[in-house]
Design a protein around this ligand. Structure first.
Ligand code: PGA
Length: 253
């Protein structure tokens, strides 16, 4: 059975004092995370080992990196290799967030390499896809996302694919307060699953967790997560407020 996941994406926010407090408030929030559920905190790079120390002993909670580099190692000042994450026991890495695609020109091809590096090192990539507003307005969002999946994922074996978490994040909904409707979310998630079923198999597609991201809030998470093909969320702004993120965790199926 695929996992239901609440993944926080702190982006470039919070001092360590604030972040530590947030983690402690969430872990101490008295919410029970069931065995088919997982909570992941995508924290800024300098906090990864510190945050991991806090969640390490807690089942069903894990720390994620927000990015890694596409090369294995070498003279790439300032970059973080997947092998480095693996060497300190980190299990997740966000790959291809739309902000990385937009501000750092990450192409589908570069992201395919990042996925390879994660998988070689036993790290679950949280692979982000999603269309900008212009594509949504033109009504070509399905083929846009299909191309992202094809160019970044389709070289993977079925077993490798099963280790990938996909996050569908319509760019027009990220940080804008404009959430996709449950119909829009379900339609795209079903489309992603069909694309995977056609390339791999229905059984493989059925095993993949597909998260929704884009203005997930405490007051809309339950409705979004109730869609049959929505397996939780990748949450930015609302993950920075303990009470809100706790409600989002409790909204998982
Ligand atoms: P948001 O961000 O929840 O603030 O819209 C989501 C994301 O970018 O992952």
């Amino acid at each position: 059975m695929r996992k239901q996941i609440a993944a926080a994406n702190w982006k470039m926010n919070l001092t360590w004092t604030q972040g530590k407090r947030l983690l402690e408030d969430i872990l101490g929030g008295g919410v029970s995370v069931k065995s088919h559920q997982q909570v992941v905190f995508g924290v800024p790079s300098p906090y990864i080992p510190l945050a991991d120390e806090i969640v390490r002993t807690k089942d069903r909670y894990a720390i994620s990196a927000q990015n890694c580099y596409e090369k294995k190692s070498g003279a790439y000042t300032g970059e973080i290799a997947a092998e480095m994450l693996q060497s300190i026991g980190i299990k997740y890495c966000i790959v291809g967030h739309s902000e990385r695609r937009e501000y750092f020109n990450e192409s589908n091809q570069v992201l395919a390499e990042k996925l390879n590096r994660c998988l070689e090192n036993g790290i679950v990539p949280i692979f982000c896809c999603g269309e900008p507003l212009s594509i949504r307005e033109a009504g070509t969002q399905n083929s846009h996302v299909e191309t992202q999946l094809k160019e970044s994922l389709f070289h993977l074996s079925p077993d490798q694919l099963k280790s990938v978490v996909i996050a569908y994040e319509p760019i027009w909904a990220i940080g804008t307060g404009k959430t996709a409707s449950t119909e829009q979310a379900q339609e795209m998630h079903a489309c992603v699953r069909t694309v995977l079923a056609d390339k791999y198999s229905p059984a493989v597609a059925d095993d993949i967790s597909i998260l929704y991201g884009g203005s997930v809030k405490a007051n809309n998470a339950k409705e979004l997560f109730s869609c049959p093909d929505v397996d939780g969320g990748l949450v930015g702004g609302a993950s920075l407020v303990a009470a809100d993120f706790l409600t989002i965790i409790q909204s998982l199926k």
